[in-house]
Design a protein around this ligand. Structure first.
Ligand code: ADP
Ligand code: MG
Ligand code: ZN
Length: 632
């Protein structure tokens, strides 16, 4: 349960409590009136007795009615009685009342009217007040929680407008104006979506021939790869209305309300067809239904409603449901059945060409100096998503403004890559001279081990400027071009590079620092994946022992083996990392002099380029290592 829901529940409880207290107070107040209004019927002789004892204060008779209603006492003590006159005693009764100074009131109309009024006052008023409070709360809650807030249902159907009421205004269709041109890379995804576009443009063509038209497609991929953008582009390309709603918006506090929203959404879409319904982050509602105790009734009902709407809608008109998620593995199987989201469109992280194209699209929106090389930016950002790249361009533009320039320069771009990858430069962190020396050796250690490896990407930059992310420095390697397979040797080399920082510290200072924690994490992760997923260990061979918890969101791994094996895996992982560690130590020992020289140079300059680094490393002064022949 998220925070918001918690808050809602709590305020709900408060409202209900207030309502109960208010009701009790009102009924209590009216209750005393109620007692006073209770009429006691007495015999005529009793009435005469009371008059003679001077207890009676007022008597009321209705013309032509033998009944007399009378009161005793005054104010709070007042009591109401009624009696029927003894036949033929009207005269004497009147005289008796007069003798005892009783106030005599006569009426023409039936007192039963009064009785009704009394009943209304004694019973009707509290009910009215109660309903009124209910109505008031209903309105308040709606206001307080925005229009999609739940409404309360008090008593027999009162406030019937609440439950299941359509939220017509909140889901608004729009023309997106986005087209495929605005989405760079993602050619496969665009191709798969092209068919949906042409169906939306001309649904008749499809129905004439009897083709079963696509009803839904699921866009899956890591965050920021352009899923939402693609969905909008489909609507824009086809020129149809775009209904967007987040999956989480369906998950309501009251069972049945989410389902009502789904119904409403499809009803509206039906009116606007052809159109696109886009459900973003569908995993919020489409999670696998299960039998666990914590299952969520509301979510399941909503999901069921969604499923039945998807089966039921009249597809001749051209309604296509697109949905996006980065956790496809959690989705309910029923959603993926043919006729629902049977089409799965992967939206992957962009490759080198894709990254450059995305950079270009966003670069067109800002003023740039001529001759900017976006290729180098694309090459320094493997693993970046479209959103990251858009962010890099924006950061560069911000930097240009900050420095009082009117155009973005290459340097702005390079600097913003660092910002997006490693965080903003942190000016407030002041390292002591010794710490600075340690960090210099650490980073140089990484760089030298990387340079001495055959297939490693060349070092492009080394810096010891602290970053807001907490990094005290970093060594950047940029691949010349992309490769999609990693060999076992390359994976081992990578581990060695990651161990290079700590190895340098050990070698030079004979001590360890906390600076290597991130390296250790990455090295261990890689080694573990080699053993459990890539089948690269001698011991286990090609057996899958674990799987990633989430394909697109990264994060841990789930072991799929027995406990005993888990222990052996740990040993194997440890051996792999240790092998890398030893190899790094050997490399650095052999190049000790270069390590000193470069580290001191780095300490002085704080940031050096890959070129400067290679110049020193390969300068022929008798210590230059024999460089590996570059891999082809
Ligand atoms: P997702 O929905 O997959 O998390 P979005 O579609 O919201 O990602 O993308 C966020 C932003 O990143 C977009 O608004 C756009 O500026 C940028 N972006 C992402 N992918 C691309 C792409 N392929 N081409 C152009 N811009 C992209
Ligand atoms: Mg999105
Ligand atoms: Zn490091």
């Amino acid at each position: 349960m998220d925070m918001n829901e918690n808050k809602r529940r709590r305020s709900m409880l408060v409202y209900i409590l207030i309502a109960i207290v208010a009701y009790l107070a009102v009924s209590q107040a009216l209750g005393s009136g109620l007692n006073a209004a209770r009429v006691t019927t007495v015999d005529y002789s009793e009435f005469v007795d009371m008059v003679e004892k001077d207890e009676v204060t007022q008597a009321t008779s209705v013309y032509g009615n033998p009944e007399i209603s009378f009161t005793t006492g005054e104010g709070d003590d007042q009591k109401l009685y009624s009696t029927v006159l003894y036949n033929g005693t009207e005269q004497s009764t009147a005289e008796l009342l007069e003798q005892h100074d009783v106030k005599m009131v006569s009426q023409i109309q039936d007192t039963s009217g009064d009785l009704w009024l009394m009943l209304l006052v004694s019973y009707g008023l509290p009910i009215l007040v109660f309903l009124g409070i209910g109505w008031w709360l209903n309105r308040r809650m709606k206001k307080a929680m925005g229009d999609d807030g739940p409404s309360m249902n008090f008593g027999g159907g009162f406030g019937g407008g609440g439950l299941g009421k359509s939220n017509a205004k909140e889901i608004k269709g729009e023309e997106t104006g986005v087209t495929f041109k605005d989405v760079a890379g993602q050619d496969e995804a665009k191709e798969s979506l092209q068919e949906i576009v042409s169906f939306l443009k001309n649904p008749d063509k499809y129905t004439e021939i009897g083709a079963r038209c696509p009803r839904g497609a699921l866009l899956v991929g890591p965050p920021g790869t352009g899923k939402t953008l693609l969905a909008k582009a489909v609507a824009g390309e086809a020129g149809v209305t775009f209904f967007q709603i987040a999956g989480s918006a369906f998950v309501e506090m009251f069972v049945g309300r989410g389902a009502a929203k789904v119904r409403d959404l499809f009803k509206q879409a039906n009116e606007k067809a052809p159109c696109i319904i886009f459900i973003d982050e569908i995993d919020a509602v489409g999670k696998r239904r299960d039998t666990s105790l914590s299952s969520n009734d509301e979510r399941e009902q909503t999901l069921n409603q969604l499923l039945s709407e998807m089966d039921g809608f009249d597809n001749h008109k051209g309604i296509v449901v697109l949905a996006a998620t980065n956790r496809p593995e959690t989705l309910d199987q029923a959603l993926l059945r043919p006729g629902r989201f049977d089409r799965r469109i992967p939206v992957e992280l962009p490759d080198l060409a894709g990254r450059e194209a995305i950079l270009k699209i966003h670069a067109d929106d800002v003023k740039m100096e001529p001759g900017i090389d976006l290729g180098i930016i694309a090459r320094s950002t493997p693993g970046a998503s479209g959103a990251d790249l858009a962010n890099i361009i924006n950061e560069a533009a911000l930097r240009a403004v900050r420095l009082g320039r009117r155009r973005v320069t290459q340097e702005d771009l390079l600097e913003s890559v660092d910002v997006v990858i490693a965080g903003e430069k942190k000016k407030s962190t002041v390292l002591s001279p010794h710490e600075k020396e340690v960090v210099s050796y650490h980073e140089t250690g990484h760089a030298i081990v990387a340079a001495m490896q055959k297939g490693s990407a060349p070092v492009s930059k080394i810096t010891i400027v602290p970053r807001t992310s907490g990094a005290l420095g970093f060594t950047m390697q940029v691949e010349e071009d992309e490769h999609f397979l990693t060999t076992r040797q390359e994976a081992k080399d990578k581990i060695a590079v990651l161990c290079g920082g700590r190895a340098a510290e050990e070698l030079i200072f004979d001590e360890m620092t906390t600076g290597a924690s991130n390296d250790i994490e990455k090295a261990t992760q890689l080694a573990r994946a080699m053993v459990t997923q890539y089948g690269m260990s001698d011991k286990f061979g090609m057996v899958q022992l674990g799987q990633p918890a989430s394909r697109y969101l990264g994060g841990g791994q789930q072991l799929t083996c027995s406990e005993g094996t888990a222990q052996e895996i740990d040993a194997e992982v440890q051996a792999l990392v240790e092998e890398g560690h030893q190899s790094a130590l050997t490399t650095l020992r052999e190049n000790r002099f270069k390590l000193h020289e470069i580290a001191h140079y780095l300490q002085k300059k704080e940031t050096i380029t890959g070129e400067e680094f290679m110049n020193i490393l390969t300068r022929d002064d008798g210590f230059a290592p024999k460089m590996p022949t570059p891999a082809e």
